[in-house]
Ligand binder design. Structure first.
Ligand code: ATP
Length: 225
């Protein structure tokens, strides 16, 4: 049981959130349940270097605002949206560390797809200079990582409850109930069929307000209904 006085520092969950869905919210809540953090900050990417053609930041931000309205432990941090040019996680964690000072625990939360891809990120081996990494499983994603990443990670593995003892440097794993939601599948579903049918096919993956926002702003819809 993590009591409030044990909680220190905060988690960081970056993503395109195009759109935010209940898999993201479950992931953030699972992180709060597993680690002694005070909150999780969701950081929507400005111009992700590995993705193109994403929805304008203002829509992704508005959907996030709707999704966290009733989630007191989840906040939105717009630092990447406000940055011009390519977004690299290493720049974000360096900037955050500079803002909060050397002592506060910061935990970068990664889904399995991001963890297995980590060694393609800019300066990935420097990430733990600024933050801890916390990894969870994702339904349908293989957890194999490249050998050089495993060698780098091995001496850093620790238990999730230990992230409050140091500011950065550890790699922990935590569990979450499998959640099938994926933003790509939501966008594809909305693009291919009438909206009501699309919503049935994504099986409650969107908070109601977010699904209303998508409909009102005709996001992801490529033909008239
Ligand atoms: P896309 O399908 O466009 O790649 P996504 O659904 O993976 O989007 P992102 O915004 O890229 O969403 O994800 C942000 C973070 O949330 C990543 O770490 C990703 O692994 C994690 N994540 C997203 N959906 C889930 C899920 N259903 N279960 C666990 N982790 C998830």
């Amino acid at each position: 049981m993590i009591t409030p006085e044990l909680r220190r520092g905060f988690g960081i969950l970056g993503g395109t959130f195009d759109p935010v869905h209940s898999g993201h919210i479950s992931l953030a809540k699972a992180a709060m349940a597993a680690m002694p953090l005070t909150r999780v900050e969701l950081i929507p990417a400005g111009e992700p270097w590995q993705k193109s053609g994403i929805t304008p930041g203002i829509h992704r931000l508005n959907m996030l605002r709707i999704a966290v309205e009733c989630e007191p432990l989840l906040r939105i941090n717009t630092m990447e949206l406000c940055r011009l040019g390519a977004t690299y996680t290493i720049d974000t964690v360096r900037e955050l560390r500079h803002e909060v000072g050397p002592a506060m625990p910061l935990v970068l939360i990664l889904g399995m797809d991001q963890w297995t891809n980590l060694s393609t990120w800019k300066d990935w081996q420097r990430l733990t200079d600024y933050v801890h990494l916390a990894i969870t499983t994702r339904e349908g994603i293989d957890s194999t990582i490249p050998a050089k990443q495993e060698i780098w990670a091995r001496p850093r593995y620790a238990q999730p409850e230990h992230v409050s003892l140091e500011a950065s440097g550890l790699i922990v794993r935590f569990s979450m109930a499998p959640h099938l939601a994926s933003a790509t599948r939501i966008r594809n579903a909305v693009a291919k069929q009438p909206f009501a049918k699309a919503m049935q096919s994504v099986d409650g993956w969107l908070p109601v307000g977010v699904s209303r926002y998508i409909r009102e702003h005709a996001l992801y819809q490529y033909h008239d209904r």
